[in-house]
Design a protein around this ligand. Structure first.
Ligand SMILES: *Cc1c(COP(=O)(O)O)cnc(C)c1O
Length: 396
């Protein structure tokens, strides 16, 4: 038996569950892309203009990354063939870790196969039964699962509410960890890291920050939330980065001080018991890092698109911007049906902008989630704005 919402489902009831899910309008379905990741894509045999990817710097189909991966395949073959600690840790993995550590000015970096696994690994390695993880209510699902799997107690504070966080830290038992997204994936806003660093010090807690939407995007060198806020992370801060978003490749990493990283190497089960990512992918990620670091013009262009969009929408009326300065720009609609109608109307014009509804977001918090990429140009933004203008009228 499993619990789905407030319904108990026995195995043979899945037919009924699927029918109910469908009737509630919650069924999701796959769409097949038949061109590379880009703003303009061929999806299900139709030309689309997309505002939904995490390819923030437009690197997923960059020819320099593709060439690096080709060279990697020629040199290292296709598969790693084993876990890192057996014989699957190759020279490009090692080089990528050293280069990431240098870029972020930390003692050490450890690669993981995905961000989801990095989060499970870091929380599970450092926390266990009797410990307390104090976590933001709006954290990514992988962070919630990471705490569940670790066996530690999960204490969730109201989104970005420092008083609630402090109260919960005071009540916490065992080892303490503060767990937060750096940039929140559904809202696009940022965690108040300066204050959180202070709280972590006062309560002798780990501070783990998921930088999936921040590395490569925020900061002059793309170094993420800490660089953008001008804060140097201390010994008790660990940062998780993903390589499948701004870096345009795949995989993830944890960056921090020598000792916790030494613990991760010995204890992170999602590191120990899984095959290392292909070394050729690490070669592509090394090329991506060089571009992330050395081409700030991509971030400037992206930021200009975001500012432009916000200025225009603010002057439009009828659309509610959320307080975000990142490339995640949700438009709060409120009602689920209206959000769906707007997403459908946009799709009708060839634009892919997903409607996000409960349970992903709180009740009454349905929204259109727009994400921008440095690969978008002025015309793309114009098209989005003019289509939004007509769609808001239609769907009112
Ligand atoms: C995407 C994402 C992850 C998972 O990363 P993957 O490499 O895609 O597994 C983790 N945390 C956040 C906040 C994310 O947005």
């Amino acid at each position: 038996m499993i619990q789905v919402g407030d319904q108990a489902i026995t195995k043979h009831d899945w037919t009924q569950w699927l029918a109910r899910h469908e009737a509630d309008g919650l069924t999701r379905s796959l769409k097949v892309a038949d061109s590379p990741q880009a703003p303009h894509m061929r999806i299900d045999r139709q030309d689309r203009l997309t505002f939904c990817s995490n390819d923030y710097l437009g690197l997923a189909n960059d020819p320099r990354l593709a060439a690096a991966m080709h060279r990697g395949i020629d040199r290292w073959g296709v598969g790693a063939g084993a876990a890192h600690l057996i014989n699957g840790h190759f020279t490009p993995h090692q080089q990528l870790e050293v280069e990431l550590a240098d870029w972020l000015a930390v003692d050490a970096v450890q690669l993981f196969s995905t961000g989801y696994m990095a989060n499970l690994g870091v929380v599970g390695a450092l926390m266990g039964r009797g410990d307390t993880v104090v976590a933001d209510r709006l954290n990514h699902a992988s962070l919630v699962d990471a705490v569940r799997l670790s066996g530690a107690r999960l204490s969730r504070y109201r989104h970005n509410d420092l008083d609630d966080l402090e109260r919960r830290l005071r009540d916490a038992r065992g080892e303490r960890m503060i767990l937060t997204d750096g940039v929140f994936s559904m809202d696009g806003d940022c965690a108040p890291l300066a204050e959180m660093v202070d709280l972590a010090e006062r309560f002798d807690a780990w501070l783990v920050v998921d930088e999936a939407h921040a590395f490569g995007v925020l900061g002059d060198q793309g170094g993420g939330s800490f660089e953008a806020a001008g804060i140097t992370p201390g010994e008790r801060v660990l940062r998780v980065g993903t390589l499948g978003k701004a870096f345009g490749t795949a995989g993830a990493f944890v960056a921090g001080a020598a000792e916790p990283l030494a613990v991760l190497l010995q204890r992170a089960r999602t590191y120990l018991f899984t095959t290392a990512q292909p070394p050729a992918v690490a070669e592509a990620s090394r090329q991506a890092l060089a571009i992330v670091r050395d081409e700030p013009s991509r971030r400037h262009h992206l930021q200009a698109l975001v500012s432009r969009f916000r200025d225009e929408v603010a002057g439009m009326g009828g659309l509610a911007l959320m307080p975000s300065s990142t490339p995640i720009q949700p438009l709060l609609v409120g009602d689920s049906a209206r959000a769906m109608a707007m997403a459908d109307a946009l799709l009708e014009e060839g634009l892919v902008v997903p409607a996000i509804r409960p349970p992903t977001v709180p009740r009454g918090g349905s929204r259109l989630r727009i994400t921008f990429s440095a690969a978008h140009d002025e015309n793309d933004i114009q098209k989005l704005l003019s289509t939004l203008r007509t769609c808001t009228k239609v769907a009112m």
